[in-house]
Design a binder for this molecule. Structure first.
Ligand SMILES: NC(=O)C1=CN([C@@H]2O[C@H](COP(=O)(O)OP(=O)(O)OC[C@H]3O[C@@H](n4cnc5c(N)ncnc54)[C@H](O)[C@@H]3O)[C@@H](O)[C@H]2O)C=CC1
Ligand SMILES: O=C(O)C1=NCCCC1
Length: 318
């Protein structure tokens, strides 16, 4: 009979998951995903169930990595929230299973996993696509993803200036106080992004907030919000000017309003750049359209579970 599942909640995940371990695992996993080798990664585009009454969606994100023996699924609810709503915009739970027996090995809080793996993949996009010598980072949005993106981008790159914009000045100022590092609150998107070398969009917006006319030629944009086919964060001018990358081409074609409604093609998946089968156009304006993939949750969950096992010892051990 299988052991009961480990239940690993937020504080434990925060302690067990480190960007130093996560980033190389994600780079490897993105590369494996883009080979489309079914022994490496099987991961369909997430299945979406609308929660119409609540303006939300339930996404299920199963992934199997046969060669690595990792079977995982994430359940994520995400919502279009009105300004001032106290309800969370995203809630997630990650379930790790034994691929041979089919039992659940661990139930893991998905909030921290989602926050960290998404920011880590955006940072990988910047590592691959941002111009060398980038000095100015702008972050649009001041929620959970803004915080994880602030931490990893300032940890991985030596920006001289970080700017942040929120719909309300209180939101931007609260964010600046909470990070405790050098960051300037801006009153408009234009003020935040003019001259920026890297721009992260992490808003709950369904309309464009970032316009191409404000974006410096050669900037890198990591676009994380707007993960529904009729939601936007970026305008057509920016999408058409940029070389567009994504985590999953199929995901982008099905879920990204910025890709679908602008009519642009995804030039490459990040994994294809990692595998060397597509070029990194660092000299051009680049957009990384992030949708979020199950394989990213799977490698993060496996790292958390390995750390948890190492601290608790073998099942039934003395
Ligand atoms: N690509 C991926 O893998 C993932 C994407 N997401 C998406 O990223 C976005 C941010 O997620 P969280 O930080 O968890 O949400 P959050 O609710 O913590 O923060 C959202 C931020 O966007 C702002 N915002 C909301 N509506 C806006 C509007 N109409 N115009 C401008 N700003 C607006 C809010 O004031 C807040 O600062 C969401 O769209 C979410 O669905 C979330 C997780 C993973
Ligand atoms: O990958 C995820 O997790 C999410 N992606 C888009 C919307 C919210 C969660």
């Amino acid at each position: 009979m299988a052991e009961p599942p480990a239940v690993i909640w937020k504080h434990e995940v925060q302690r067990l998951l480190q960007y130093g371990d996560l980033v190389p695992r994600l780079e490897e996993a993105l590369g494996k995903f883009s080979t489309r080798d079914s022994a490496e990664v099987i991961q369909p585009v997430r299945n979406i169930l609308p929660l119409q009454k609540h303006h939300g969606f339930l996404g299920s994100m199963p992934t199997y990595m046969e060669n690595d023996g990792v079977l995982c699924t994430k359940l994520v609810c995400f919502y279009h929230r009105d300004a001032g709503s106290a309800l969370p915009a995203t809630q997630a739970t990650v379930i790790l299973l034994d691929p041979e027996y089919g039992n659940v090995k661990a139930v893991i809080d998905g909030e921290e996993v989602t926050g960290m793996r998404t920011a880590a993949v955006s940072a990988i996009s910047a590592k691959l696509l941002m111009r060398p010598g980038a000095e100015v980072l702008a972050i649009l949005g001041t929620g959970k993803q803004a915080l994880t993106h602030y931490h990893i981008f300032t940890e991985m790159f030596p920006f001289k200036e970080v700017r942040v914009w929120s719909r309300t000045s209180q939101g931007a100022e609260r964010f600046c106080r909470s990070v405790g590092g050098p960051v300037r609150a801006c009153v408009s998107v234009e003020e935040a992004v003019r001259g920026a070398d890297a721009i992260v969009t992490v808003t709950g917006s369904t309309e464009p907030v970032l316009f191409g006319r404000w974006v410096k030629a050669g900037a890198h944009v990591a676009a994380v919000g707007a993960c529904r086919p009729n939601w936007r964060e970026l305008d057509d001018a920016l999408m058409k000017e940029a070389v567009v990358y994504s985590d999953s081409r199929d995901g982008a074609m099905q879920e990204s309003g910025d890709v679908i409604l602008s009519g642009v093609q995804v030039f490459a998946e990040l994994g294809e750049v990692i595998n060397g089968t597509k070029s990194a156009h660092r000299e051009k304006t680049t957009v990384f359209k992030s949708l979020g993939m199950g394989v990213e949750d799977a490698v993060a969950a496996q790292l958390v579970f390995d750390g948890w096992k190492a601290q608790t010892g073998p099942p039934g051990g003395v």
